[in-house]
Design a protein around this ligand. Sequence first.
Ligand SMILES: Cc1cc2nc3c(=O)[nH]c(=O)nc-3n(C[C@H](O)[C@H](O)[C@H](O)COP(=O)(O)OP(=O)(O)OC[C@H]3O[C@@H](n4cnc5c(N)ncnc54)[C@H](O)[C@@H]3O)c2cc1C
Length: 246
Amino acid sequence: MSDTPAPDLKPSFRSDVTVQLVKHSASDTDVLWAARVSTAGEQSLDELSKDPERSRGLINYLMRDRHGSPFEHNSMTFFISAPIFVFREFMRHRVGWSYNEESGRYRELQPVFYVPDADRKLVQQGRPGKYEFVEGSEEQRELTARTLENTYTQAYEAYQEMLAGGVAREVARAALPVGLYSSMYATCNARSLMNFLSLRTQHELATVPSFPQREIEMVGQEMEARWAELMPLTHAAFNKNGRVGP
Ligand SMILES: Cc1cc2nc3c(=O)[nH]c(=O)nc-3n(C[C@H](O)[C@H](O)[C@H](O)COP(=O)(O)OP(=O)(O)OC[C@H]3O[C@@H](n4cnc5c(N)ncnc54)[C@H](O)[C@@H]3O)c2cc1C
């Protein structure tokens, strides 16, 4: 008898994302000792607790003048579960990021699919690069949910049929749509995270606005909240300086 539970073949539908900070070594002091080595050499660690206002000022100066490398001496690992179309955008962020994602070759993919909730604006108006999203009607919301759920259910049945017929997982997965949830670990540092947030979140303090897809923004907002708890001075300086990655 196998201990592995039988897969649940009935699709389930989600509208949210999961973001968990699973591991970290990240604090504002990591920025300070890295920056102060410029002037204090090997004594830079002793300088840390000397003057909190000076520390705040130094971090702000580094951010303002885009001296970026002191923001790299830290590490945050996130567990993220989100639709594949989010990961496709996420993994365009190449610098200062490490990724490991669940495999569709080595495991049977679970039937968890994305359906937008009532808060997700459905209708795009304007031209590319200069458009906005508006709510959409009740009819459009019902159409979206019904069509997506039917498509997902059919696709997952096709996947299961191929697996039952002896087709390899890596071939059968071609039937599955990008609304399928995947999961990954993503490790970054504050500098690479700030570049990500500058592009993948919308914020009133941003001096260079970006227009990300809502679902990757949901991931970004969760990551930002965890990061802000770890590095409050750095986060404040990021906001104060227009949310431009240093
Ligand atoms: C709103 C939005 C719409 C988008 N639309 C599209 C789209 O339609 N099609 C599409 O293909 N992509 C699209 N992208 C992806 C975008 O082009 C970037 O690939 C993505 O945002 C990653 O940004 P990045 O290169 O700054 O990140 P990273 O890869 O993490 O790079 C960080 C920084 O390192 C430097 N860098 C990295 N690689 C190089 C290099 N090879 N040469 C020189 N400098 C480098 C740059 O300064 C860069 O900003 C979109 C992104 C956003 C935010």
